[in-house]
Design a protein around this ligand. Structure first.
Ligand code: NAG
Ligand code: NAG
Ligand code: NAG
Ligand code: NAG
Length: 315
């Protein structure tokens, strides 16, 4: 891999490890008035104040409802009283997210036909042309979901499949066990604001017992600007409830926003490991691209489960 290709990834690695080290937001921003970093959502739960964060990180976790698209809010719920949240260090350490994040969730709704008729969708306003790391926190917290293939779903990012057959019990190892997965996305190459679309939908391909999806927490880390070696751009504002679906980016590049499914917290929770895996995935992808043209590449890289989907914006 040429150094010019390697460099952004190394920088990205540095930025993320710094962000992880101080527990702050990857864009290093300050909270002023209406403008604040869009970073952490306690899906299906109430806001968590810095003092209540885990690991002494002083992060703020916001309620996710303002980011939900349309009228389809699904249902929110909290853990059964006899379920206790269990972490799985070192891959899922307690500082990954406080118990309050894992102890609440949002899922699709009580009726199968309705569950199948919509995507549970969040819209997150971000700056175009940046890499973003999306971290999905999952935990099954209610009986009777204790077994494999009871609930299986798709994760879509920007209308592309980032994950099929997401089964939290498979990834976490059981009810009450916390897990997270990371995806790296490059938004369309452009400037100004754009929307990140995150959506869940039941995946019936394995004939799961329920037609449902679940999410407990979502973090968005703003990383490196695509094609440039600087971190720049204003911070994403709090979303207005009215969603603007026109972002002005070129249609051909929009379709090609990139999703890298980076890692499951199952195998390795460390951000550095994630990004090293990305680096390998990217390198291998680059090599394969020559041979396989547009085929998505999947593979195992070291201890991290890693796969890449979709082609970069620029070929
Ligand atoms: C926990 O409570 C639920 C009902 O709320 C019950 O179905 C389940 O069997 C209980 N589990 C254990 C291990 O006690
Ligand atoms: C996703 O699809 C919807 C329509 O189904 C469209 O309005 C929206 O702009 C798309 N989002 C992205 C990021 O492509
Ligand atoms: C959910 O989103 C995916 C990806 O954008 C799309 O292909 C699918 O048609 C959507 N399903 C529904 C029911 O809206
Ligand atoms: C639809 O989703 C709800 C929870 O969101 C779940 O309780 C229900 O079982 C699902 N419906 C079916 C038929 O799986």
């Amino acid at each position: 891999m040429p150094a010019s290709t390697l460099f952004p990834w190394l920088l990205l690695l540095t930025v993320v490890s710094l962000a992880a080290a101080d527990g702050g937001d990857a864009d290093g921003s300050t909270v002023t008035g209406q403008i604040r970093p869009l970073s952490r959502l306690n899906v299906g739960g109430t806001a968590i104040t810095p003092g209540a964060d885990s690991g002494g990180f002083y992060r703020t976790w916001d309620n996710d409802a303002p980011y939900i698209f349309g009228a389809a809010f699904g249902v929110t719920f909290e853990k059964d009283s006899n379920v206790s949240i269990q972490y799985n260090p070192p891959s899922v350490p307690p500082y990954a997210a406080p118990e309050g994040v894992y102890a609440t969730a949002r899922s699709m709704g009580p009726v199968a036909q309705i569950n199948l008729s919509y995507n549970l969708t969040w819209i997150l306003p971000v700056d175009a042309g940046f890499y973003y790391l999306l971290r999905f926190h999952f935990c099954e917290i209610q009986y009777p979901i204790t077994k494999v293939n009871q609930r299986s779903f798709f994760i879509y990012i920007n209308n592309q499949t980032a994950q099929e057959q997401m089964d939290v019990i498979v990834w976490s190892g059981g009810i009450g066990r916390a897990v997270y997965t990371d995806y790296l996305i490059v938004t369309a190459v452009d400037s100004g604001q754009t929307d990140l679309w995150v959506a869940l939908h039941p995946d019936l391909s394995s004939k799961p017992e329920y037609y449902d999806a679940i999410l407990n927490g979502l973090e968005v880390f703003k990383l490196h600007k695509y094609g440039f070696n600087t971190l720049a751009g204003p911070n994403p504002p709090i979303p207005p409830k009215k969603i603007n679906t026109v972002d002005g980016s070129r249609p051909e590049s929009r379709k090609k926003s990139v999703v890298y499914a980076a890692v499951g917290g199952v195998a390795a929770g460390c951000l550095l490991a994630v990004l090293v895996a990305c680096l390998f995935a990217y390198a291998i992808r680059g090599r394969r691209r020559k041979a396989e043209a547009d085929q998505p590449a999947d593979g195992l890289f070291g201890p991290t489960k890693s796969s890449t989907h979709f082609d970069p914006v620029q070929k």
